[in-house]
Design a protein around this ligand. Sequence first.
Ligand SMILES: Cc1ncc(COP(=O)(O)O)c(C=O)c1O
Length: 381
Amino acid sequence: MTVDYDFDRIISRRGSGSIKWDRFPNLDPFWVADMDFASPPEVLEAVHQRAEHGVLGYAHPHDGLVDALTTYMQKRHNLEVNESEIVHLGGLVSALSMVARAFGKRGEQIMTCTPIYPPFLGVQNDAGMQCISVPHILEDGAWGFDWNAMEAAVTPQTKIFLLSNPQNPLGRVFTQAEILKLAEFCERHDMILVSDEIHCDLVLDEVATPHVCAAGLPEHLQNRIITLLAPSKTYNIAGMGYAFAVIRDDSIRRKFEAARGHMLPEINCIAFYTAEAAYSHGEPWRQALVAYLRKNKDTLTAFVRDNMPDFKVPNIEATYLAWIDCRSLDCKNPATYFEKEASIYLSDGSFFGAPGHVRFNYGCPHARVLEGLEKIARVLA
Ligand SMILES: Cc1ncc(COP(=O)(O)O)c(C=O)c1O
């Protein structure tokens, strides 16, 4: 049976306590990474059912959730994962901070490549560390790693590499060869490799660019790999706060868990159930979503090419985020410029370590994507 999901439906989010819509109530928001779609019906049903129980005390990851996670790892990633290798988390940004505190000391370094999701450039502060950022390079229209620059920048004090794959904001899905080369780079320099794969179920063409899960890399590399996953981006449940890590190696898993300290709250009792429902029943919805996002991506790419010829959008392979090169504007903060001139709110590249760019969130009804792009085009005209 095929079900039609209505991704065209405009749902008013103003006044719903949404960061995206209510932080800047006078601006049209295309910034923070959540989508303007309702979550799958089964996920919403899980919220109702759990709430109807009436008692909302401290929560334990129930068997249904653990089954859903191990089945998800099996079906989507073709990996056998034991319950003992899973660490339940209330979010991934705090997990990045846990990694810094678990594996880094004051004065040591974390390496990452820019442009990158801003917290990757900030979590080193939680452990008194420093950040070494190496720019990604654009070669033949595809973003990649600058291996020479990374080798030149790494030092004996560099302890952690933070990877976003699929990459936010570039939308790249790194190949098996790239991920393996990166893991070997980390092995050579004795670094922990953190692979944040929060966007891995939003690959727009899984045949052309299959996602490579770091938890599936060869066993001898797993003693330095932490893989971070979540249903939050895909099923639009970021506000619930649930994510998980897969850590094969007992010793690094224990160190990671110890870094929780007393700083992280318990995980939301409803979030466990929405995560279970998303992974157990959300697949048809996810496939329809990805097809819809592909259409939005094609519209955006064509619109920029036809109406903003001086701007550039290299090929987007995943996510609902477009990284637009606006350096032709010759303006330091293009997002601020569009905010003033077009009353539209975009994410500014400077937060990602690459000024002169904006990130446009096209995880919204198609008509809204066009509306946003037209506002930008009118200003440029
Ligand atoms: C790469 C990446 N990691 C982590 C997060 C946020 O994760 P969480 O909401 O679980 O802290 C985002 C959100 O956009 C992201 O893009």
